[in-house]
Design a binder for this molecule. Structure first.
Ligand code: URA
Length: 269
């Protein structure tokens, strides 16, 4: 059991390494140090059922392994894998996000929105970025769209208080709810990668075009991306419409419900 967890962490961190080797920009890079001992060899991807491989976008995830490291160097794998330690690192990450000035969004935010939920969740929901309600509260998806999202989750027995984690591509509100700019998504992406490694979700649900395109690495419409299962670093990923889009266009309700059933089918497999 413990080995499997180590293997998954290894996969995640090696994937991040691949991004860097692929020549992606490292906006605020520090050397990637894998906090897994050399004895833990990377495994073949163990999560079945995906039909497409999602590759992250352009981002630099260089800070992933840097989180919480001591002066003494890379931490022990066991420390990283211990739930209490992962929670501690998530709190540290939240503090770094709150103080972050890596892109211009920090100048206009009221509160940064790191994320919320439980560790080892059945699903990690990834949205685009905070809106006005989230900017005011510091919590993700708490406005009208967020309440609607909670209903979707509830329909398949998921809840941010029980078995889900919620985060965004960018942690600070883009002014007037515009799309995050590539430089903003890129600057913030290491935080998301670090969250995924610490939270260790069983599945990922991306809501909306922006998050889906970035995590799948394809810049097609959400209508053509959805309806399939991808993989992100060995984790099954289901893309769907953004709840605010569905509130505006009830015609998207049925496809969203199909996507939620798809997600449920992976969880019950
Ligand atoms: N929309 C998002 O994409 N994320 C939030 O947190 C709120 C609204």
């Amino acid at each position: 059991m413990k080995m499997q967890a180590e293997d998954r962490l290894w996969e995640l961190l090696n994937d991040i390494d691949d991004y860097l080797e692929g020549g992606f920009r490292r906006p605020h890079a520090s050397p990637v140090r894998l906090p897994v001992s050399s004895a833990a060899a990377p495994s073949a991807n163990s999560r079945g059922g995906s039909v497409e491989t999602a590759r992250g976008p352009s981002p630099a995830a260089a800070e992933v392994a840097a989180a919480g490291e001591t002066e003494a160097g890379a931490p022990e794998a066991a420390e990283l894998l211990d739930p209490a330690e992962r929670k501690r690192r998530l709190s540290e990450l939240a503090a770094r996000v709150t103080a972050c000035t890596h892109c211009k969004l920090h100048k206009t935010r009221r509160k940064a929105v790191p994320g919320m939920g439980v560790i080892d969740p059945l699903v990690m929901v990834i949205g685009e970025g905070p809106g006005a309600d989230e900017d005011a509260s510091g919590l993700p998806f708490v406005g009208r769209a967020g309440q609607y999202l909670d209903k979707w989750l509830e329909a398949i027995d998921l809840s941010r208080h029980k078995n889900a984690y919620i985060a965004n591509i960018v942690k600070c509100r883009p002014p007037n709810n515009r799309d995050p700019e590539p430089a903003e998504s890129e600057a913030c992406f290491p935080y998301l990668m670090e969250q995924i490694a610490l939270v260790r979700p069983k599945t990922i649900l991306t809501v909306g075009r922006v998050a889906s395109q970035i995590l799948i690495g394809r810049f097609d419409s959400i209508g053509s991306l959805r309806g399939r299962v991808y993989q992100f670093s060995g984790i099954p990923l289901v893309p769907t419409y953004h709840p605010s889009g569905v509130l505006r266009n009830p015609g998207y309700r049925r496809p969203v419900w199909e996507d939620m059933k798809l997600l449920r089918s992976i969880l019950t497999r």
